[in-house]
Design a protein around this ligand. Sequence first.
Ligand SMILES: *Cc1c(COP(=O)(O)O)cnc(C)c1O
Length: 407
Amino acid sequence: MSNIPVTIPYFTDEEAKEVEKVLASGWVAQGPMVGKFEEAISEHEGIAYGVATTSCTSALHLAMVAKGLKACMDAIVPAFTFVATANAVVETGATPVFVDIYRETFNINIEELESLLDKQYHEEDGKLINSQTGNTLWGIVPVHEFGLCCNIHKVNELAKKYNLQVIEDAACALGAMIDGVHEGAFGNPSCVSFHPRKSITTGEGGMVLTDDEGLAKRMKELRTHGSTVSADARHKGKGFLLPEFNEAGYNYRMTDIQGAVGLAQAKKLDYIVEEKRKKAALYDQLIRDTLPELITPFVPEGYFHTYQSYVCMLNCDRLGIADTKKGGEYRNNLLQRLEDKGIATRQGTHAVHMLGYYKNTYGYAPEDYPNAYACDHLSITLPLYVQMSDEDQRRVVQTIREEIDNM
Ligand SMILES: *Cc1c(COP(=O)(O)O)cnc(C)c1O
């Protein structure tokens, strides 16, 4: 029996054909293909502008810098997310402040967010100031984890009330919707990823989506070393003039080779999401019928889940496991047994406050964010990709059944 990976990209001849055109043209750095790819993605999500970057991490950093995040400021980040969300904040010189999540959706917990704003901050001249450190609260970076949007409307309400910025980490959520409105169209800049673990891929790559023309322009300048074409060069068509550099920017440009792959992938996005949703529905059914030891992903009313990852939780009550730490040991034992049977699985993502840098720098303890800690220990990502057959899915569920019975 062949091994079953956690995921694999879905490529056909189209990607190779588009890449061939780029190679033949000789224009391989950021150029027309990246422009077309930006248009394809922003159009799909119903947003005016897409600014492609080298990764979602650089997209987050770019958007944060362009939106004024810097040292002596706080940015609120959910405690259960890929480390890059918090790393991007650190990269600006600001401080990430964590908030717990809901176990059911893996997304930012609104009550905890309200309570954090209430307890940790006080108002001064229309700004929220961290009562402990004196930092100004810049804003919130909510995450749409695993392809399910967070309760962004509530986040937006709070942001409006306290005059905060919001940048959405939509790395996993390209194509996700609430009540028919696409991720990206919730009124904030949002950042998507094209890493191979995500719905569509360019190898590495990311994009900021925004309806704000000025912000898009500024991010495009910062993406290219902070360059602006001088008015003189623009008006007189003096192509030989170098641009001006009035601030220290970055090189966050995507290559046209990647843009070509992305353009072909963008055309498959709806198909990929539909296929993954069908397969997720089959998992839901198989697990409900035969595996009460796992809790299937929860989808609130009106939310369109893209299942970037299909993430279950271990049902500790059902298994008679008393605490999270023991649950984590059981989970890891189970994942090892699956790996030995040729089935790759992963934990959902990290409790970032327990990762070395954050734990050591800020002195966090597991119980500071108990839901994030529980999801870190008890979540299980099952294999899911377009090429996966029904039999593969049945084998995954059947093998988990057998291994749990053997444990
Ligand atoms: C994957 C991921 C990122 C990072 O994306 P890259 O394109 O690999 O930089 C950031 N945030 C979340 C929630 C992710 O899942």
